[in-house]
Design a protein around this ligand. Structure first.
Ligand code: SF4
Length: 507
């Protein structure tokens, strides 16, 4: 995926870029295409723009089918009935806007690479910030690119490192030495093997599972454990940061480490927002982490000590992102949890609608307060994050103007986002992030100013310490760069230096 910070006209929530899923079955007469479909459906939340799969067909060729659209549309019954093979990988892509070329088929995944020496297919979740440098070096060595993506850079790197060897673990070990980025990737080789690799800092989740029956054994690799659950698999474990997993339809699952480090940088946002609550990531249940996030917010909330507010208060989630934290908050606060905002499920992807005024109208179309439960109440409103603040402002206005809420107290389970993400999450630029912008403008009183801007009667963010406690991982294990501005990758620091010097030269 090309590195991209989204522009004003796009979403008001950060978005994950992709999902990956792979299956190998030891029964060569069995087709795994429907299993790939089920795994990808379970991972649809990580990417809704395009879907693709690559399969080993009878005879040993790799066949790749990819189109724009949701999994159910792309891999419909007619298509699935034609796809036959016992080993395969799949990919869901998140919607990027931007250059039209990114929507052309060669920009969709899996990326199928074939030349005279090697054939493989690759599905990738992550970002390689310095991919243009690598691309230049590979071009200087005679490699010809058909896209402008880090995905193809990885593929071309693998191809050039594979010259003279068929030792895939060695090829991948070398590949990882050149990649300073966030990546969980799976590769389908023409020999019918799957290799899965997670970067040494472990930004993106990746896990493995199996299903052993009397007739056949199946092995899975998935972005999240909910993908393995969806195919009735047994979750075995997470792929460790820096680990290469070899899944073979003939030889079971094998592992080897590229690099073992004490320090990792697992994306905190997976727990706060991206991942499905029924997933378990690096040993921590996402649902339980969100409940704890709500509980820690309540433990520190000064309004709960005010009897005038307490006796009139209800806890309301922003659907669906605030639900689990609101349950945790309400439990700790011993206050009623109320679904006070009705979501129109048939209007989706509100936050991708271009233009401020259209987006404003879309929020009203999508959410409606339930007046009978909100009117006259002190609404404690829970959500996962505030990015630009535009949507939240709308929701607070809706609760007050249409719902008749007496006061709205906003509680946010993620600390203020002050810096963009360069590791594969679609964030706005720094000057569009409300916390970054207001901090620069108002200094230490920036939270108060955000509260005024949004129109809430009080505002409380999670602390970074409680975020770590809720996720049960300390700062040496988590990436928190969007909350601290300190990036764990050298390539990002370099990129930021370049960006800053360009910005200075413009002023
Ligand atoms: S900067 Fe934030 S969103 Fe990006 S990887 Fe780190 S924690 Fe996740």
């Amino acid at each position: 995926m090309p590195l991209k910070i989204c522009s004003e006209s796009q979403r008001d929530k950060p978005k994950e870029h992709c999902a990956i899923f792979g299956v190998a079955c030891d029964d060569i007469g069995f087709s795994i295409s429907k299993i790939l479909y089920s795994g990808l459906i379970a991972l649809q939340h990580r990417g809704q723009e395009a879907t693709g799969i690559s399969l080993i067909e009878t005879g040993g060729n790799i066949y790749t089918y990819k189109r724009k659209g949701l999994v159910s549309k792309v891999l419909n019954n007619r298509v699935l009935s034609r796809l036959w093979g016992n080993v395969g990988i799949g990919h869901n892509r998140y919607a990027t806007t931007g250059a039209q070329e990114y929507n052309s088929p060669q920009y969709l995944q899996p990326f199928h690479f074939k030349n005279n020496e090697i054939e493989f297919s690759l599905a990738f979740n992550g970002t390689i910030p310095n991919y243009t440098e690598l691309m230049k070096k590979l071009e200087d060595n005679g490699r010809v690119f058909v896209t402008n993506t880090d995905t193809e850079v990885i593929a071309q790197l693998i191809a050039s490192l594979s010259i003279g060897t068929e030792d895939w673990p060695e090829i991948l070990r070398l590949t990882s030495k050149f990649l300073d980025g966030s990546y969980s990737l799976i590769i389908l080789t023409s020999e019918g093997d799957i290799y899965a690799i997670r970067d040494p800092l472990g930004f993106k989740p990746l896990c493995i599972g199996e299903l052993k029956t009397e007739k056949r054994n199946l092995y899975f690799v998935s972005s999240e454990s909910c993908g393995i659950d969806a195919v009735d698999g047994i979750f075995l474990r997470d792929v460790k940061p820096g680990e290469i997993i070899h899944i073979s339809h003939q030889k079971d699952i094998h592992s080897e480490m590229v690099l073992e480090t004490d320090k990792t940088a697992i994306c905190q946002f997976e727990y706060v927002y991206f991942a499905r609550p029924d997933s378990i990531i690096d040993g921590v249940s996402v649902a339980e982490a969100r409940l704890r996030l709500g509980m820690y917010l309540a433990k520190k909330d000064p309004i709960l000590k005010d009897p005038n507010i307490r006796e009139n208060a209800i806890v309301v989630p922003v659907p669906d992102s605030g639900r689990s934290v609101a349950v945790g908050y309400a439990k700790e606060a011993k206050l009623p949890y109320v679904e006070g905002l009705m979501k129109n499920r048939y209007i989706w992807r509100t936050f991708i609608i271009p233009g401020q005024s259209r987006r404003k109208a879309a929020v009203k179309e999508k959410l409606n307060p339930i007046k009978s439960v909100i009117e006259g109440k002190d609404v404690i409103l829970l959500d996962d994050s505030i990015v630009r603040g535009t949507t939240m402002r709308q929701i607070v206005q809706l609760l007050k103007n249409r719902g008749g809420a007496k006061r709205v107290h906003l509680r946010i389970s993620c600390p203020p986002i002050i810096s963009p993400c360069y590791m594969g999450i679609d964030f706005p630029t720094k000057d569009e992030l409300i916390a970054a912008k207001f901090y620069e403008e108002y200094g230490e009183s920036y939270i108060e100013e955000i509260q005024k801007h949004i129109g809430a009667d009080s505002l409380l963010y999670q602390t970074k310490e409680d975020l770590s406690r809720a996720i049960m991982k300390n700062e040496n294990k988590l990436c928190r760069a969007c909350l601290t501005g300190k990036y764990p990758l050298k390539s990002v620091e370099k990129l930021r230096e370049i960006e800053e010097s360009i910005a200075k030269s413009r002023t």
